[in-house]
Design a protein around this ligand. Structure first.
Ligand code: SAH
Length: 336
């Protein structure tokens, strides 16, 4: 594939969606096959010390019942997910320092020790670098940390006190620690341009991310962005599709935000526009309702996961679904 430029991406974003989806689907088939990988999510805490303008977990939100699952509850639930044959458990939370390095390492160690066949993915936000190292040593395999917005000014506006530079530095450090790393962004953020979105795709490519989570902006009623419009469905699918075309074998999930934006068929459309991963939610009912990163968050359960895969005419994979990127040092690698 020739090097794609920002200008070309913007032109494609302005063009016909069907052509892009068709191309993305064939690239997906060639580089990822027909399997859909399943990741079971546990949203184990909605405490957060950050103030991201779009997110309902932001610390300024007082209209939310905060919860923190106990380590034993998290471990039991992870074991149950593994017993159902799902080989990735994703632990997600707000940026919550209520669990320290040792507590989280213990949880990770115990889950991995009881289920050596599974991958553990973390999505815990920004922490001291030594935490990432400790979690890796305890048995974590992957880390999801969306870059959120590749335009540094937009990033700074949306994340008071934080910078894109630091986010990228963390992603690069995670790679160095040998995590499989997930970046990704929100589509339709207030003030975002098509150029910014082109930069999102190019950043995912430059980072050589093993995964990328891409979903639409959904307003949340307790945030400063509550009155801004939803991200556009077609544009989100186009970004997903172009990310597939440009990065070829990156794992791309259909996101819960996409299902929330288009409850009828958002997920099927996502799978037909280049995605190859789905993440059913195992968070216990009472807690799930409190994990309101945005309004109306739908639940993707295991039954729905199966239905969606069937409807998209794809195959459920019960494999671990590691990165499809070549992990050998570039010089020794015959695949480039
Ligand atoms: N604290 C973790 C997890 C955050 S929640 C972290 O910082 O990585 C997971 C993802 O939800 C975020 O990365 C963000 O991209 C997405 N998200 C949060 N609020 C959203 C909103 N209003 N609309 C769409 N996506 C949102």
């Amino acid at each position: 594939m020739h090097t794609i430029f920002r200008k070309e991406i913007i032109e494609l974003l302005n063009g016909d969606a069907r052509e892009i989806f068709k191309k993305a689907d064939s690239v997906r088939k060639k580089f990822c096959g027909d399997k859909i990988y399943i990741r079971g999510i546990i949203e184990f805490s909605n405490h957060c010390c950050r103030s991201c303008l779009y997110c309902g977990l932001r610390r300024e939100n007082k209209n939310i019942l905060r919860y923190r699952m106990l380590p034993g509850q998290i471990i039991t639930l992870a074991n149950q997910i593994a017993q159902q044959g799902i080989k990735t458990v994703l632990l997600q939370s707000g940026d919550d320092f209520g669990y320290n390095r040792k507590a989280l390492s213990n949880i990770i160690y115990k889950i991995k020790n009881a289920n050596p066949e599974i991958a553990i993915t973390l999505s815990l936000g920004e922490r001291p670098f030594d935490d990432y190292k400790a979690f890796k040593d305890a048995g974590a395999d992957r880390y999801l940390l969306r870059h959120e917005a590749a335009n540094p000014k937009l990033y700074a506006r949306l994340h008071p006190g934080n910078t894109l530079k630091r986010r990228i530095k963390i992603l690069e450090y995670l790679k160095k620690l040998d995590y499989q790393v997930g970046a990704g962004n929100i589509v339709g953020l207030p003030g975002q341009t098509l150029g910014d979105l082109a930069d999102d795709i190019l950043l995912i490519k430059r980072l050589d991310a093993d995964m990328a989570g891409i979903g639409p902006f959904i307003p949340q009623s307790e945030t400063p962005l509550k009155n801004f419009p939803f991200g556009n469905l077609d544009l989100t699918l186009k970004i997903l599709a172009l990310t597939r075309i440009i990065t070829e074998n990156t794992h791309l999930p259909v996101t819960t935000a996409l299902a929330t934006l288009s409850p009828e068929d958002g997920l099927v459309m996502g799978l037909k526009a280049g995605a190859n991963v789905i993440m059913p939610d195992f968070t216990p009912e009472g807690y799930r309702k409190q994990y309101q990163i945005y309004d109306g968050k739908v639940r993707i359960n295991l039954k729905r996961t199966g239905d969606v895969i069937l409807k998209a005419k794809r195959k459920i994979s019960l494999e671990k679904g590691d990165s499809l990127k070549c992990k050998k040092p570039q010089k020794a690698c015959a695949c480039i």
